[in-house]
Design a protein around this ligand. Structure first.
Ligand code: ADP
Ligand code: MG
Length: 479
């Protein structure tokens, strides 16, 4: 239960928080940037429109002065727009100047702020139309601009199709007397030219405004799309990192569980080894007592000889198993004395001599003395004994065991070969696993003990099959 809880506590939450907060930041940044750019675009448009309006106003001023004021003064001596002839002449000049330039209203005020000319004749003579901008033009001689719009810039963004005249630019400009050609008036005095009246006109800039709004939407669209892509990329990277993290965590947990398991096994092994150790001595007494009883019973031709023999055999087998188990579970630390492996092998051969003869197995010794290593004579003896014993057990009805030994490039190598059936594929794979055996009375601890001993001598063991049967190769660092 604990483990299940642990595996569910994966850091996906962190990734979620990170990706959502990054989305919020990206969207906010996008909005701020696009609003700023849109405002900039609107201002640029307005400046352009104002420049254009100013140019137009100057041109109207110029045309009116050249084509109306001067000729009229020459012809009539004074300006009087109430006279139809003069008015018509001015109208003609104005109309031809603004033709095709989207000018909506155009009025000229005199010094009494009265409309003295207008495209809309019904406004003639009115004074209430003049605002502060007209005063500024008449009194200070300064032009000004004003945006007249029914829609706020914010709502303008959402009105898809704006009515014409929704956004209008009004320009108020002082009409001045132009300096005569060839006169030497400088810039400064030009400002003090007499003011003839105030010109006021409006232009429809709705279409340009709409263009700006489309541009604004395009900008928002593009930045939204790019931030979405960025977000997806970020989310992908975070997810991936997170998954890697989770994998690593799972791996670690699995490793910990394995460690826990092997610790448990190790402590179990220690307990069992403790029990086995306690069993060994009484078992030895049982075994030797049974042996003694067996001898007496055989001598006396006792009918219970067979039962005693069975007790003796089983006690022997059990003590072998317990001994093997203890050798495996409680390996001794090897001594580090100079040992000639040839001598140890000779000892093994000597001990097994009668057994070999009984089974009709020949032992071929192909080594010379001087296979020097640093190690523990007893442990090495036990290892070789196990290997040769296995070969002996594998061969039914005679055969040959050869032991080759040679020392080369600082190593001593021993090769044990027999003429038995060899390792089965399964045995080859599992022979070093403790308790793997194919024999009825085997413990499956022989080769694991050999492997332990060889490893404790910094050596290597390899199992295989030779031409005839099994081949066990041991390699030790030379002394
Ligand atoms: N010389 C050999 N020839 C064929 N098989 C072998 C040989 N030596 C070992 N084996 C196989 O390896 C297994 C494990 O051997 P071992 O660890 O010594 O345990 P045990 O001898 O108690 O079975 C044996 O049961 C046998 O199947
Ligand atoms: Mg064995």
């Amino acid at each position: 239960m604990n483990a299940a809880l642990k595996t569910e506590r994966r850091p996906f939450g962190f990734a979620k928080v990170l990706s959502w907060s990054s989305l919020v930041i990206i969207v906010a940044m996008t909005l701020i940037v696009s609003i700023a750019i849109a405002n900039f675009a609107r201002r640029t448009l307005l400046t352009k429109q104002q420049d254009f309006a100013l140019l137009l106003a100057e041109n109207v001023n110029h045309q009116v002065y050249r084509r109306f004021t001067l000729p009229t003064l020459l012809q009539f001596g004074r300006i009087a727009l109430r006279q139809e002839v003069q008015y018509e002449r001015l109208d003609q000049v104005v109309q031809s100047t603004i033709h095709g330039l989207h000018v909506k209203d155009l009025r000229i005020y005199d010094h009494e702020r009265r409309v003295s000319y207008s495209l809309d004749r019904s406004q003639l003579g009115l004074t209430e139309l003049a605002g502060g901008a007209v005063d500024k033009a008449l009194e200070d001689g300064r032009h000004s601009f004003e945006i007249l719009s029914e829609i706020s810039p914010f709502w303008a963004m959402f009105s898809l199709d704006m009515e014409p005249d929704s956004v209008v630019l009004r320009t108020t400009y002082p009409l001045k007397v132009e300096r005569r050609l060839g006169s030497s008036l400088d810039e400064d005095s030009e400002d003090r030219r007499p003011i003839m009246g105030a010109l006021e006109f409006t232009q429809d800039i709705t279409t340009d405004y709409e263009n700006v709004i489309s541009f604004q939407w395009l900008l928002i669209g593009v930045s939204c799309a790019s931030s979405l892509i960025m977000f997806c990329l970020l989310a992908f990277i975070i997810r991936r990192a997170d998954r890697m993290n989770a994998d690593r965590l799972a791996e670690k947990e699995a490793f910990e569980a394995e460690l826990h398991q092997s610790e448990k096994l190790a402590s179990m092994g220690r307990t069992v080894a403790g029990i086995a150790h306690e069993i060994r001595n009484p078992l030895g007494i049982i075994r030797s007592s049974a042996e003694l009883l067996l001898k007496r019973a055989e001598k006396a031709n006792d009918p219970s000889t067979r039962i005693i023999a069975a007790i003796h055999d089983e006690a022997k087998r059990l003590s072998q198993t317990v001994g093997d188990f203890l050798d495996y579970a409680r390996p001794r630390k090897p001594e580090r004395a100079e040992v000639d492996l040839a001598v140890v092998l000779d000892q093994v051969a000597g001990f097994l001599e009668s057994e070999l003869a009984r089974r009709g197995v020949r032992l071929e010794r192909r080594y010379a003395p001087g296979l020097m290593v640093r190690g523990d004579r007893d442990l090495l003896y036990r290892a070789f004994y196990n290997v040769v014993g296995n070969a002996l057990q594998a061969m039914d009805g005679g055969g040959e065991i050869s032991v080759r030994g040679d020392a080369e490039d600082g190593h001593v190598r021993l090769v044990f070969e027999d003429t038995g059936p060899g390792f089965s594929p399964e045995a080859l794979q599992r022979a070093s696993d403790p308790f793997f055996t194919t024999k009825d009375s085997g413990t499956g601890l022989g080769l694991p003990i050999v492997a332990n001993i060889v490893k404790s001598h910094d050596g290597e063991i390899s199992l295989g099959n030779g031409e005839a049967g099994a081949r066990v190769t041991l390699r030790f660092p030379g002394a």
